[in-house]
Design a protein around this ligand. Structure first.
Ligand SMILES: [Zn+2]
Length: 307
């Protein structure tokens, strides 16, 4: 071998320069549609991801404006994490189209739909748009059941590994840590929430089907005459009449919804109105996915304990 000290010095210099010139490994840019998926991606990705949410807990996720700042964020995204199941049909397709970002289009690895990972409730046998803003793919509000969060976490962790292979081992490790902590939290919530089983409730919007399925709550009436249609005075009177025959323990709304219909029923039927955070950031207590469910269970128990 013709060893040349000069050549090896040159090689070392080139290597050093290239290391200096190489940009630090940029974080994976994630566009989440809702705060719960932003929180979950952050929990699974840690410092490997840079996450933003298109909506806040105080916005109705069915309908937001596809404003330019969101299009810009979508254009730069490496991964889009949304609910799917038609929740975002009013705005997401437009954002995707306007972004011109090929890697996050539906069917690409950069496009992740959480609802694909769970069994949907309330899937209509026939779709009739006259029935209001129906959820033809089933109820999309899957984040209200922590078992769904666990299922989505499994799928999302795999997807993060797929779109960012150099960091696959770290995603796997962080996902395992999350799942362990989540299973422990679910056991705690199951124990705490046991007294709620079988209680009858009224919902303002059909936003909590998965929560009720998990906790064994019974929805006896809905304040919206059709999904997405504001409760009318006549419909509220009809619900009030229903409650005479089938009493409920509480009336439940999400913080992004108008509080008035629930408050009206609460005052007239003499049952507590419960405002649930619905997602991360819905109130001061719901700072992450764990405290979201801590707060949700605590509010339901407080309302259910009263008479
Ligand atoms: Zn809905």
């Amino acid at each position: 071998m013709n060893f040349s000290p000069h050549r090896s010095l040159l090689a070392a210099t080139v290597l050093a320069l290239s290391l200096i010139a190489a940009p630090a490994q940029a974080a994976l840019r994630v566009f989440a549609c809702e705060p719960e998926w932003a929180a979950l991606t952050q929990a699974l990705g840690g410092t490997l991801v840079e996450v933003s949410s298109a909506t806040t807990a105080l916005q109705d996720p069915h309908q937001i404006q596809a404003r330019p700042s969101l299009i810009a964020r979508m254009r730069n995204a490496d991964l889009v994490v949304c609910t799917g199941a038609e929740l975002e049909t009013g705005w997401l397709p437009l954002l995707l189209q306007q972004s011109g970002n090929a890697k996050v289009q539906p069917g690409q690895p950069g496009n992740f739909a959480a609802a694909d990972l769970v069994r949907k409730l309330e899937v209509p046998t026939t779709v009739d748009r006259s029935q209001g803003d129906v959820h033809a793919a089933g109820n999309p509000h899957i984040q209200t059941d922590p078992r769904n969060i666990a299922a989505v976490a499994t799928g999302l962790a795999s997807r993060l590994q797929q779109v960012d292979p150099p960091n696959a081992a770290q995603y796997a490790q962080q996902a395992a840590a999350f799942q362990q902590k989540w299973q422990q939290a679910m056991a705690r919530w199951n124990t705490q929430a046991a007294p709620l089983r079988g209680q009858s409730v009224v919902s303002q919007h059909k936003a909590f089907a998965y929560l009720y399925d998990w906790l064994g709550l019974k929805e006896v009436a809905v304040l919206e005459p059709k999904p997405g249609v504001e409760p009318s005075a006549a419909h509220l009177q009809a619900v009030l009449a229903t409650l005479k025959a089938t009493p409920a323990r509480m009336v439940i709304s999400a913080v992004y919804q108008d509080a008035k219909p629930s408050e009206w029923l609460s005052g007239n039927a003499g049952v507590p109105a419960v405002r649930l955070p619905f997602t991360v950031g819905g109130n001061d207590a719901a700072k992450d996915l764990f405290s979201l469910f801590d707060d949700t269970v605590a509010r339901l128990l407080a309302a259910g304990a009263g008479k």
